[in-house]
Design a protein around this ligand. Structure first.
Ligand code: CS2
Length: 427
């Protein structure tokens, strides 16, 4: 009775939640679910789903074999298998890392019933077809589970504010729209705690592949990550859970201060560096913070963010900012600025705009946030002009909206462009 289902088997999950589960012990196993492609399943299956994690910190480099995953399902190949797995009574926890766009939420944080994947799933129900979207699969799994398969905890591990609250509300909204009568099961037997996750984890590159192949450890699909790791979890579980605290996870009543600190300081500075860094001609985060002007901009943005944080984390924010700059400067982690630059239309309303709104309410200006927003707009313009594909679900709408609102200041222009894209993509 010790199984986790994890939706979204990317590098971050394999460096973070899978590592915690491995390090905590206790005999838990994970069934991974890939929501789009079979690549990871195909790469890991020949090595029994074990893989190599290269951990690289200041003066520290080690490789660990992580072997807690024992199977990977590929949802588009067999969505029914995913629904059946979610209803397995041995499953106690479902964890998710599907990125901001994987939830199909609108600007207000609520499920977009008109998002293409959600709308397709809802209309598939009458035709007896299984869902494909994250929320559709999860709701279908929970509906099947409601028939006596036991309580469960669904733990969101993506960079969204109050991520558990949003996920729980999205599942309820979908279940209502789908006519599933699971409201009582959800309230009584399913918990959606919030959690703050943190570990900088770049995409895998050829140098890591070569290093892993030479190490004698499992060679396919290795992951590199930093030594630092943090996981703060709202202590609200409905069923058993791994002893993640043994690996350093912290259980608490209120995750919000930690999540605001992380989203506004780390992720906010990351997005700022991504756009300003690419415009300045850099490829990696450590190169960007090696530039005095960009380092000063990131530091100023973190200070602006820190002033908006709740008391429990505000006092320590200068130390947190210093530690972040050291993490960003880690030369052993090749973290591409373009990896962070993707999906800006979904990230900025979470990472930058709330800081600015909170400061405006306090009567404070936000020059660093404005510089980051200007960099985003400049980045988009440069990419479109160069004919490069912008990796953002709203790319077409952004391209159409960019020429507008030129008379506005950076924040007003960014907000007006985002508002236009929401209209254009029906978000
Ligand atoms: C980054 C995050 O890609 C991004 O947008 O800001 O993935 C960041 O590296 C993680 O949240 C660190 O925990």
């Amino acid at each position: 009775m010790k199984r986790i289902i994890h939706l979204g088997v990317g590098n971050f999950f394999r460096a973070h939640q899978a590592w915690y589960t491995h390090a905590a012990g206790g005999g838990w196993r994970i069934t991974g679910v890939s929501l789009r492609r079979p690549d990871i399943r195909d790469a890991l299956r020949p090595q029994g789903f074990a893989y190599t994690l290269a951990i690289r910190g200041a003066g520290e480099a080690r490789m660990e074999e992580i072997s807690v995953i024992d199977g990977i399902l590929v949802a588009p190949e067999d969505p029914e298998a995913v629904i059946a797995a979610l209803a397995d009574p041995a499953v106690q926890v479902v964890t998710l890392t599907v990125t901001e766009k994987g939830y199909d939420l609108g600007a207000d944080g609520a499920l977009r019933l008109d998002a293409p994947g959600i709308a397709a799933d809802l209309s598939a129900i009458s035709e007896g077809r299984a869902p494909r979207s994250t929320i559709g699969l999860l709701a279908a799994g929970l509906a099947r589970r409601a028939a006596g398969c036991g309580p469960i905890t669904v733990l969101c591990c993506d960079n969204l504010p109050e991520n558990g609250v949003r996920l729980g509300a999205a599942v309820r909204a979908y279940a209502n729209a789908a006519g599933m009568e699971i409201g009582t099961y959800l309230s009584d037997h399913v918990a959606f705690p919030s959690s703050m996750v943190d570990r900088i984890t770049p995409a895998t590159d050829d140098a890591l592949r070569a290093e892993t192949a030479a190490s004698g450890l499992p060679a396919a699909a290795p992951v590199a990550t930093e030594a630092f790791t943090e996981w703060v979890i709202e202590d609200r579980f409905k069923a058993a859970r791994p002893p993640w605290d043994k690996a350093g996870a912290v259980f608490t009543d209120d995750v919000r201060p930690y999540e605001l600190r992380k989203l506004r300081m780390l992720n906010g500075a990351h997005s700022c560096l991504a756009y300003a860094g690419v415009l300045a001609g850099f490829d990696f985060v450590h190169q960007a913070v090696g530039d005095p002007a960009l380092a000063a901009l990131a530091a100023a943005l973190m200070e602006e963010a820190a002033e908006t944080l709740p008391a429990p984390v505000r006092a320590d924010a200068p130390n947190y900012a210093r530690a972040l700059m050291a993490r960003f400067a880690n030369p052993a982690i090749n973290h591409r600025l373009r990896q962070i630059a993707m999906d800006g239309s979904l990230k900025l309303p979470i990472r930058l705009l709330p800081t600015r709104a909170a400061r405006a309410e306090m009567g404070l200006p936000s020059p660093a946030i404005d510089a980051a927003l200007t960099a985003w707009l400049g980045f988009l313009e440069a990419e479109f002009e160069a004919g490069r594909a912008v990796d953002d679900p709203a790319a077409d709408a952004l391209r159409a909206a960019l020429p507008r609102h030129r008379a506005e200041g950076p924040a007003q222009r960014a907000k007006a462009i985002l508002a236009d894209t929401i209209k254009d993509v029906g978000r």
